[in-house]
Design a protein around this ligand. Structure first.
Ligand SMILES: [Fe+2]
Length: 152
């Protein structure tokens, strides 16, 4: 795992979900900063901000898969399909962080306008998709996990 930190399997699920929601808010404030940088044509700084939260986003995603999906698959497999799809969105998040972010970090001053426009487009798309992903988790994955966790 990129962040190097382990998953705490002792943290109760309701507390964990509260923490994940707080982390979404923290990520959101960084994503708003990224949007501002993109508007200001400051691609380098936008990439730097994403880089600064990259490990935390990866760890957050790994925790969701290891703990929340484990509860859902054990206790409510028949209700899991939407949540499984939402977890699969982590694939493009990882792909962006592991591949595209590195090329964005190399896009320097607006020397090449096409490259710059493409970079801005990809950054905006990443922010929009990640925001939508967090919302889906908060509306579908988190409530389902809480509901089936309590059903013991
Ligand atoms: Fe997620």
């Amino acid at each position: 795992m990129a962040s190097g930190s382990k998953i705490n399997f002792d943290e109760p699920i309701p507390e964990m979900i509260k923490r994940l929601e707080i982390e979404h808010k923290e990520f959101e404030s960084k994503l708003a900063e990224v949007k501002t940088c993109v508007e200001d044509n400051n691609i380098m700084h936008a990439a730097e901000i994403i880089r600064s939260i990259s490990d935390k986003i990866i760890h957050h995603a790994v925790e969701e898969e290891a703990r929340l999906m484990r509860v859902i698959m054990r206790k409510a497999k028949e209700q899991s399909s939407e949540s499984v799809k939402i977890m699969q969105e982590h694939n493009w998040v990882m792909r962006f962080l592991k591949n595209r972010l590195i090329t964005l970090e190399k896009v320097s001053a607006p020397s090449d306008t096409d490259e710059c426009a493409q970079a801005k487009n990809d950054l905006n798309e990443f922010v929009d998709n990640l925001r939508a992903h967090f919302k889906e988790e908060e509306q579908i994955v988190f409530p389902l996990t809480l509901r089936v966790e309590r059903a013991d």
